[in-house]
Design a protein around this ligand. Structure first.
Ligand SMILES: [Mg+2]
Length: 381
């Protein structure tokens, strides 16, 4: 098991000498719909921290509106520009543990914090001339990629979208459900695609009055029910888990290692989806992983989805040996007309291989930043 605090301290001090931020807009290939709305452009903030020749990139990738969290691209921009950067610029921390303790005090916006925190980890790896995967001592292994498909107006559109993407080769399929669009969707997918590895993500749309939906879904051999109930209803999730055989996976409900401890003690889940964006970066992600591994809870890496910078960080986390379910990281072209990294993320036969190279392994393409950047900021201590 990885002792992340010790590793962080061994990596030495973190200095935030220069911080550059670019807000980018990249059109989506098709609108993304979940239980609470739809978007057609990826709006993200990319953060570059540097110290001497070493640098690292991070991404703040909240969804607009009230899709997934209270944070939005706008609130992340405000938090970074008006609050976090003025506090952090020119500061030196003994280690990234110290940086995280400071971020804990400064901000509850984990998406903005993730951009800074993950950028600093990449900087530490580049300073040592190693990949971030090597820095974390994760095995070099191909990552199983899963297809995630949003809600569509009709079942026919859903089936046709799955056909369109499934042909590219994935290790499993996840579909979104919401109240009134659930059992029939699963029936339709099972009818069309047979016994493929399949599960549903409810994005917290159901209440304790809806257990019968999940009892019915229990007969479809799904790998998990992702976030069936409201994020704070861990007791409800524990009640539901007692009534269904299918493992419950928590996503929105787990933001910290303490949340994971509480959920596991209550019996609220058997699987946890860790998103770097939701938990504030690698340090907390690896703390949560340790709690879960310790209790035999399954793990996988989820996405917002992010652009290439955030996705590359997610792929590094997915190399952790405790992450045994396929990740939601998909090829760049699955969601975006273009990406900001080179090479782009590609999937072959359902597997993603991290490129060799320092840091994240992927480089940010400055021409793409120029093309898709809508605002830029530069800060030097
Ligand atoms: Mg989810």
């Amino acid at each position: 098991m990885i002792d992340i605090e010790r590793l962080a301290i061994e990596c030495g001090p973190v200095r935030l000498k220069t911080i550059s931020i670019v807000r980018v807009h990249i059109p989506l290939v098709e609108p993304f719909r979940i239980s609470s709305g739809a978007v057609d452009v990826k709006d993200a903030l990319l953060v570059r921290v540097s110290e001497g020749d070493a640098f690292g990139w991070g991404e703040a990738s909240a969804m607009p509106g009230s899709f997934y969290s209270a944070e939005t691209p706008e609130s992340c921009q405000q938090e970074l520009i008006d609050h976090l950067v003025p506090h952090l610029l020119g500061k030196e921390f003994d280690s990234i543990v110290g940086l995280n303790a400071c971020l804990d005090q400064l901000s509850s916006n984990r998406f903005a914090r993730t951009a800074i925190e993950t950028a600093c980890w990449e900087l530490l790896a580049r300073r040592q001339g190693v990949s971030l995967r090597e820095l974390f001592r994760f095995p070099n292994r191909p990552i199983a990629s899963g297809l995630a498909v949003g809600l569509y107006a009709t079942e026919a559109e859903l089936i046709s979208a799955i056909h369109r993407y499934w042909a590219d080769g994935y290790q499993r399929l996840k579909i979104k459900i919401k109240r009134g669009q659930d059992i029939s969707l699963v029936q339709a997918v099972r009818h069309e695609f047979g016994d493929i590895p399949l599960f549903v993500d409810a994005n917290a749309d159901y209440s304790r009055d809806d257990f019968k939906v999940f009892q019915a879904l229990d007969d479809y051999g799904l790998t998990m029910f992702e976030q069936p109930l409201a994020r704070e209803d861990l007791d409800g999730a524990a009640l539901l888990q007692k009534q269904v055989r299918t493992p419950i996976c928590l996503d929105e409900g787990i933001e910290t290692a303490d949340d994971a401890r509480r959920a596991i003690a209550l019996g609220s889940c058997r699987i946890v989806n860790i998103k770097l964006q939701r938990v504030g970066g690698f340090l907390e992600a690896l703390r949560i992983s340790r709690v879960c591994e310790d209790k035999g809870i399954g793990l996988w890496v989820g996405t917002m989805p992010e652009l290439g910078v955030g996705s590359a960080a997610a792929l590094v986390l997915a190399c952790h040996p405790g992450f045994t379910f396929p990740t939601d990281v998909e090829p760049s072209r699955r969601w975006y007309v273009d990406d900001v990294i080179a090479p782009e993320i590609t999937v072959s036969g359902g597997w993603i291989s991290l490129p060799k190279g320092p840091g994240l392994g992927y480089e940010v393409d400055s021409k793409k930043l120029a093309r898709y950047g809508v605002r830029r900021w530069e800060f030097t201590a």
